[in-house]
Design a protein around this ligand. Structure first.
Ligand SMILES: [Zn+2]
Length: 380
């Protein structure tokens, strides 16, 4: 492979590094990387890898850009809201470096397509935000013997590693054999995330890709790097491959891709109403017809209530419920809502344990209220 005059100039700051040089830059330019997700992590990963000259960058994402993405997903701009993320990603990367071949996979990564999608790439970077896709990415990489450059973020904290059993390191399953119970780990939408955090973790992942492509330095193989933005501290855990690991251990029981939604307990349920649930329309009826004798309570936190609330609804934050539930009447009928319906279900279960009989969870929470009843209530 030969580099053009334009490319030699573009990559001159790499060429001056003895650890990279012309030979190293050629390695980078002939490297291919598949990034799973064009979101918070995928943005800095793909933008910097394109700038560095990675020859081919594949992006798997089937989502459209949402206004709430822009606080951290810098591949996409304000004018991209509503467009497929892959489209705006391709434009951004082409603007940064037209020499990089950007390949779009505008599909959901599934057990059916994962092996054929990952196969043509040297490295896979995990930029997913959910457990089924994370386990699927891990297993496909182990089966294909591809290094899996892992990163994850939550609120103010992140972690990164390089999983590659074929290079002597562990895989994601060696570290986390079982997914957390569904609902235990809130998503970014529910739990929030500091906007700059994926920039830091994503660039650690991008750094590892470049080092692996160059064969330079010590990678995060066998190490888990933990970052705490509030304390501004990095910590490190030594990892070891688990000989009992079901996929990379000595007697693997997983020899092909499985059903990951089933494994993570998040099989999408048919959209039927749970007997403990009511719709926002029924919540509206309860609020406008006091003769029904139903009270509505909101179990979100006070700052969320300040951002958006429904008139006539009392606030009992879930975090204070154990101290304050005696202010409520166990014989009263209550409809309980939160942002999306998860925390209100936990509140319902807690109150039921305390002897409350007549409780319903408002399906979809205040976001559904904004969608279906009153769009003036801001979504956040
Ligand atoms: Zn393993």
């Amino acid at each position: 492979m030969e580099l053009s005059t334009d490319e030699l100039r573009r990559y001159s700051r790499h060429l001056s590094l003895p650890e990279v040089g012309l030979a190293g830059q050629k390695k980078i330019c002939s490297t291919s990387v598949l990034c799973i997700g064009a979101g918070g992590l995928g943005s800095p990963i793909t933008m910097y890898l394109a700038a560095a000259g990675v020859g081919r960058i594949g992006i798997v994402d089937f989502d459209a850009v949402d206004l709430t993405n822009l606080q951290r997903q810098i591949l996409h701009g304000t004018a991209d809201v509503g467009r497929p993320k892959t489209d705006s990603a391709k434009e951004t990367l082409h603007r940064i470096n037209p020499h990089t071949n950007v390949v779009l996979h505008n599909v959901r990564l599934t057990s059916e397509n994962a092996l054929s999608l990952l196969q043509p790439y040297d490295f896979v970077v995990d930029g997913t935000d959910n457990f089924p896709t994370r386990y699927l990415t891990n297993d496909a990489c182990v089966l294909l013997k591809k290094p899996n450059i892992y990163g994850s973020i939550f609120r103010f904290e992140g972690q990164a590693s390089v999983f590659a059993p074929h290079l002597g390191g562990p895989c994601y399953r060696c570290l986390y054999p079982e997914p957390p119970p569904p609902g235990m780990v809130p998503s970014c939408a529910e739990g929030g995330v500091l906007g700059v955090l994926p920039g830091i973790i994503g660039l650690i992942q991008a750094t590892e890709v470049l080092k692996l492509a160059l064969g330079a330095g010590n990678s995060l193989l066998n190490r888990l790097l933990l970052f705490d933005a509030l304390e501004m501290k990095f910590r490190e855990l030594n990892l070891r491959r688990d000989p009992e690991c079901p996929i990379c251990g000595e007697h693997p029981t997983i020899k092909q891709l499985i059903d990951y939604e089933d494994f993570c307990g998040v099989k999408p349920q048919p959209d039927v109403m749970h007997s403990d649930e009511v719709t926002v329309h029924e919540m509206k009826k309860a609020l406008t017809r006091p003769e029904l004798g139903i009270k509505v309570i909101d179990v979100r936190e006070p700052d969320e209530y300040q951002i958006a609330h429904v008139e006539g609804v009392a606030l009992f934050p879930l975090s204070q419920l154990a101290q304050r539930f005696r202010e409520l009447d166990p014989n009263q009928a209550y409809y309980i809502h939160c942002k999306m319906g998860g925390r209100s279900m936990r509140a319902l279960e807690f109150l039921r344990e305390q002897g409350f009989k007549n409780l319903k969870n408002v399906k979809g929470g205040i976001l559904s209220w904004s969608d279906e009843i009153d769009p003036r209530v801001p979504k956040y």
